[in-house]
Design a protein around this ligand. Structure first.
Ligand SMILES: [Zn+2]
Length: 263
């Protein structure tokens, strides 16, 4: 039988911590902190307001400027309403693939970094090697801001960071940008028995959301959309009145991501 590599074993352990963003990540962080300290790292923690979640920043090697940061977020997206064929919080290897929530995004990278920590600890490093594991990335990169503030206060200045987001093993030099467009439509209220007397805000909105669709379709049909292409998606629609009336007011939220530069 194939024996699991240290990184795969580590990944199994990390997946077993249910760190969906709404939950605490303290158990995972404590586990990683202990492991890094055993490898000779010094570490610091920063917390959210309720102290339910923490960022971990740890350093192996000399306390001086420069060095690299191996950076990852500890939280994962929810699993509700998804058709999982195995327990999402138990790493399951099938046909040489490892299944589990966060296996790619991005506990896989953290597992590789942690499993190599003892080896890094034995090296005579000339520059520091840092580990940064943040909370609440999936809900708007909220946690890392505290970590960055703390680094600024402590005057810790690494040279660059390697962020272990899944990129299909390509080096990506910059992150996608994101923007949110909110459109509010006002129609005219009326009873649903006589829709022609009102002007449904939703119907207007559906029409509006089709603007630009031919371009979007062209972009989506391309294997690799050109750099800077805006890929739109409708992320939220909100209604303001009941089903029996022709809606007077509604909201549409579209978000777009500009494609990043990949090498
Ligand atoms: Zn991610």
């Amino acid at each position: 039988m194939e024996t699991a590599s240290p990184a795969t074993e580590m990944l199994g352990r990390l997946i077993a911590f249910d760190t969906v963003s709404r939950n605490s990540n303290l158990d995972l962080i404590a586990y990683a902190q202990e492991l890094l300290e055993k490898a000779g790292a010094t570490s610091r923690l920063t917390y959210d307001a309720d102290k339910r979640k923490a960022n971990l920043f740890a350093t192996i090697g000399p306390a001086r400027d420069g060095g690299y940061v191996l950076s990852g977020h500890s939280d994962v997206v929810p699993v509700e309403g998804q058709d999982w064929s195995s327990d999402p919080f138990k790493a399951d290897v099938r046909d040489s693939r490892l299944y589990g929530r966060g296996s790619a995004d991005m506990k896989g990278f953290i597992a590789v970094a942690l499993s190599l920590a003892p080896e890094f600890g034995r090296l005579e490093l000339k520059r520091p090697l840092h580990f940064a594991f943040s909370f609440d990335e999936e809900v708007g990169c909220l946690g890392v801001r505290r970590l960055l503030e703390d680094l600024k206060t402590a005057n810790i200045r690494p040279a660059l960071a390697i962020i272990g987001e899944p990129t299909e093993m390509r080096i990506v030099a910059a992150h996608k940008s994101g923007s949110v467009i909110e459109t509010m439509v006002r129609g005219r209220e009326g009873h649903s028995s006589a829709p022609l007397r009102g002007a449904s805000a939703v119907m207007i909105l559906i029409g509006l959301s089709r603007i630009g669709q031919p371009t979007q379709k062209l972009l989506r049909d391309l294997k690799r959309p050109p750099e800077g292409a805006n890929l739109l998606r409708i992320s939220m629609m909100r209604r303001w009145t009941s089903y029996s009336t022709v809606l007077r007011r509604t909201n549409l939220q579209q978000s777009s991501r500009k494609r990043s530069t990949a090498y």
